[in-house]
Design a binder for this molecule. Structure first.
Ligand SMILES: *Cc1c(COP(=O)(O)O)cnc(C)c1O
Length: 351
């Protein structure tokens, strides 16, 4: 608390990220980082970009990166927005597109940055409860609203909606922006990017942090109608004209282009997820059906916070949320097979 703070600062509830502990031998399954390294082509491109040319400002229009993303999704450059992480892209989205007279609809259990942005930008939100199976039910979103944002697959449940449901949501709100946060879509979900040409109210947000193993590079993007993108550009250019440096742009382009590598590592994670799910179920856990690079699981005989603390004593970090409805669950990021095996061994010894 400081008497020098602006009034708005007193009322903020900042987002709390998963712990970033540096400890030798620690198994970190708490922040959904990819256990595999980035594409070697991305690393080479970043090394090549880290030279004399850093003297100059980076390209404020991000043309090369936008073209790479547009090419990947068969869209045009005007339909692409890029930013310093998808968190930044989401922040600009809340600011530019989601503040209206009627409330923003968002699931009661979803990415906890959404309420944080609402408080930062003074947006009224109405939290729509997930159903008893922890699923988003599109029918619950058929009510007057200013805009809608959901994550698909949702976090921290990992449950994905099929594209037909996303399309139904878009059709139910022809006059509102519908934002689909697809941070985890490459691990088995269906992307709404294919609907961008047909729905001018759709904004799809993705990140290079998860499926492209570049959480430390901070690159995210949005896909949508050129008018939505132009709105985002206005906010971005009122905030920071150069959010992405040359190294980040070069690495992101190479990572997007190395689709074979993204597919290969995503398939490895999907295989590990299926193995881990079976092992957890054999130990008595209920595991929600995940299409993400994490699983969300609870044990009827063991308290979630106690399990997380027990794993921590064994140098394994998982994420536990002290939140109503989900405080018995653990969110466990999919690690390498070796890490998944060590997790299962640790849980066996605790149980
Ligand atoms: C990880 C995550 C993001 C943020 O990704 P960054 O690009 O690293 O900021 C956005 N949305 C959801 C649902 C996430 O889980």
């Amino acid at each position: 608390m400081s008497r020098y703070w602006s009034a708005v600062v007193h009322d903020l509830t900042p987002y709390t990220p998963g712990e970033q502990v540096q400890m030798p031998g620690l198994i970190k399954l708490n922040t959904n980082e990819n256990p595999y390294p980035p594409s070697p082509r991305a690393i080479a491109a970043m090394q090549a970009a880290a030279g004399e040319q850093l003297r100059k400002y980076s390209d404020p229009s991000n043309a090369v990166l936008k073209d790479a993303i547009a090419g990947h999704f068969s869209l045009r450059r005007e339909q692409v927005f890029v930013g310093n992480s998808s968190d930044e892209v989401l922040a600009h989205t809340f600011h530019a597109l989601l503040k209206h007279d009627l409330p923003l609809l968002t699931p009661d259990i979803s990415y906890s940055f959404y309420p944080t942005y609402c408080s930062l930008y003074g947006i009224e939100a109405r939290q729509v409860p997930l159903n008893a199976q922890f699923e988003i039910d599109i029918n619950d979103y058929c009510q007057p609203c200013g805009a809608v944002i959901i994550a698909n697959p949702n976090a921290p449940t990992g449950i994905a909606l099929p594209l037909t449901q996303i399309e139904a949501l878009l059709q139910a709100h022809p006059d509102q922006v519908v934002v689909i946060d697809e941070a985890y879509v490459d691990f088995g979900g269906e992307s709404a990017a294919t609907l961008v040409d047909r729905y001018d109210n759709l904004l799809v947000v993705q990140t290079l942090s998860k499926s492209r193993s570049l959480a430390g590079l901070r690159v995210g993007f949005a896909l949508g109608h050129a008018d939505l993108i132009a709105g985002l550009e206005r906010v971005k250019n009122s905030f920071n004209c150069y959010p992405l440096g040359q190294v980040a742009q070069a690495g992101a382009v190479a990572a997007i282009e190395d689709e074979a590598y993204t597919q290969q590592t995503a398939q490895a994670i999907i295989a590990s997820r299926s193995w881990l799910t079976g092992q957890l179920q054999a130990l008595g856990f209920e595991v929600l059906p995940s299409k993400a690079n994490f699983v969300f699981a609870r044990h009827s005989g063991h308290d979630g916070a106690t399990l997380a603390a027990g794993l921590r004593e064994r140098a394994i970090l998982v994420r536990h949320f002290k939140q109503a409805r989900i405080d018995q669950f653990l969110r466990i990021s999919i690690g390498t097979d070796e890490e998944c095996m060590q997790l299962v061994a640790a849980l066996k010894s605790i149980l």
